[in-house]
Design a protein around this ligand. Structure first.
Ligand SMILES: Cc1cc2nc3c(=O)[nH]c(=O)nc-3n(C[C@H](O)[C@H](O)[C@H](O)COP(=O)(O)OP(=O)(O)OC[C@H]3O[C@@H](n4cnc5c(N)ncnc54)[C@H](O)[C@@H]3O)c2cc1C
Length: 414
């Protein structure tokens, strides 16, 4: 694979850009792989990448029923932060955030990481106490965050309305090295790096069955034939329940629609991400100038990738009271994804009752930020049978009542 560089851009400019290679190959599936990953979203592709990079395992296929990055990875609002409350969460999200800092160089693909800072507004006394507690927990975990005053919030975000009609801004949890990245580029960059290592990324290949010999996995059935494997990673976000059903076990997960929308492009007016969890809305500005807006999940389980109208209404209402200028904006487009939510709002990175099958799921509304860290840890779990980053997130926690409660950090937020 030819490296992307300033020299490559200059060379191609001189020959009408006719020399660029395809970023990844489109091979036919082989009969057998050491490892199959189901789902070419960010988490599946990152897992494959770190299996190859960290453990030398490259006889790997990533099977995708649609197009790579076409699930939640290409539908999210790209917020990256690591200001979680519990130690296992802070460990994996901070690992992820730190990998994002140098991911463009690592995979030789510009993922446009922008550490522009994230504020989570505190708009009730309960939130003030919750975020102060999180800031103290973060200090102990080595994650740099601070609780800031309303005046400091206004300095950072001049367009904010501190005296909302329902809830005033009482402060905020500020993480200066949090930010955003280009979601498609994360998927495309990992895919290109995996393909360069000789892995097969097979799109339009839907897994319709999981084959077992007793309690051990032997392979999968797909719309392109049977494929054998020694190990299988299920990394399909909102479809996790279906795939677990095919494998013969159940998951403590609910699938719900989550939506986002963008406005027409406007001049730069906000250079950080602001999340207002009490009123249920958040906003950032894209490089094109569009205001990127999101809110909470639909209140009922469903598998649509659209979401309901009343939720957009609620999100826009929240944003209008936080940023009155939003009322003058035209909205350009809206979309949705299916997110997989667990009871304690923490992910599942785990072995399963079937030998050789591993599951990476439950990232809910906030898994984009976790892609590099999750891939790093899940690859280790699949290669070695355990991983310090994943061990606390096993399925056994639901039997043992050992929950990793992230309802403050992740209940609404992304
Ligand atoms: C509107 C919205 C906003 C969000 N905002 C943020 C945010 O700001 N910050 C953040 O951190 N997170 C955010 N998230 C959450 C984040 O997008 C997800 O947690 C993350 O992208 C999950 O990645 P994934 O790789 O696990 O899943 P996905 O990207 O969904 O990939 C799973 C893949 O599996 C494939 N698949 C499913 N079934 C099969 C099958 N049978 N055979 C083969 N392939 C199959 C799917 O087609 C899909 O491509 C948001 C999500 C949404 C929907």
């Amino acid at each position: 694979m030819k490296r992307y560089s300033v020299f490559a851009v200059a060379r191609e400019a001189l020959r009408d850009h006719m020399g660029w290679e395809r970023a990844w190959a489109s091979p036919e599936p082989k009969k057998r792989y050491d490892v199959i990953i189901i789902g070419a979203g960010g988490h599946g592709l990152a897992t494959a990448y770190y299996l190859g990079k960290n453990f030398g395992i490259t006889n790997v296929a990533v099977l995708e029923k649609g197009w790579l990055g076409g699930g939640n990875t290409g539908r999210n609002t790209t917020i990256i932060r690591s200001n979680y409350l519990q130690d296992p969460s802070a460990a994996i999200y901070e690992k992820s955030r730190s990998l994002y800092e140098t991911l463009s160089q690592d995979i030789n693909y510009n993922i446009m990481y922008s550490p522009r800072g994230v504020i989570m507004l505190a708009q009730t006394e309960h939130e003030v106490r919750g975020y102060k507690r999180t800031a103290q927990a973060n200090a102990l975990q080595g994650v740099t965050t601070e609780f800031i005053s309303p005046q400091r919030v206004k300095e950072i975000v001049p367009i904010i309305n501190l005296d909302g009609p329902r809830y005033p801004v009482l402060g905020g949890l500020w993480q200066a090295r949090a930010g955003t990245a280009r979601h498609d580029a994360v998927a495309w960059g990992y895919a290109r790096a995996c393909s360069a290592m000789g892995m097969d990324i097979i799109q339009k290949c839907e897994v319709t069955g999981i084959r077992r010999d007793g309690d051990k996995v032997t392979g999968v059935t797909t719309n392109r034939g049977d494929i054998d494997c020694d190990k299988l990673g299920i990394v399909v976000a909102g479809h996790s329940g279906h795939l677990a059903d095919m494998a013969g076990f159940r998951l403590p997960i609910e699938s719900v629609a989550l939506q986002a929308l963008v406005s027409e492009p406007i001049k730069p007016c906000m250079d950080c991400v602001v999340m207002a969890n009490t009123v249920h809305g958040y906003m950032s500005q894209s490089d094109k100038g569009e205001m990127v807006i999101g809110g909470g999940t639909d209140g009922y389980n469903n598998y649509t990738q659209r979401g309901s109208f009343h939720h957009i209404e609620e999100t826009v209402r929240a944003l209008v009271e936080t940023f009155p200028m939003v009322a003058r904006l035209k909205m350009l487009r809206q979309w949705g994804g299916i997110v997989d939510v667990t009871g304690d709002r923490s992910p599942i990175l785990s072995k399963t009752p079937v030998e050789g099958i591993f599951i990476n799921a439950g990232w809910g509304t906030g898994g984009f930020k976790a892609i590099p860290g999750s891939g790093w840890g899940f690859a280790e779990l699949m290669a070695k049978g355990h991983s310090p980053l994943c061990d606390e997130f096993g399925l056994d926690r639901f039997y043992q009542g050992r929950f990793i409660d992230e309802s403050v950090a992740a209940g609404v937020a992304h």
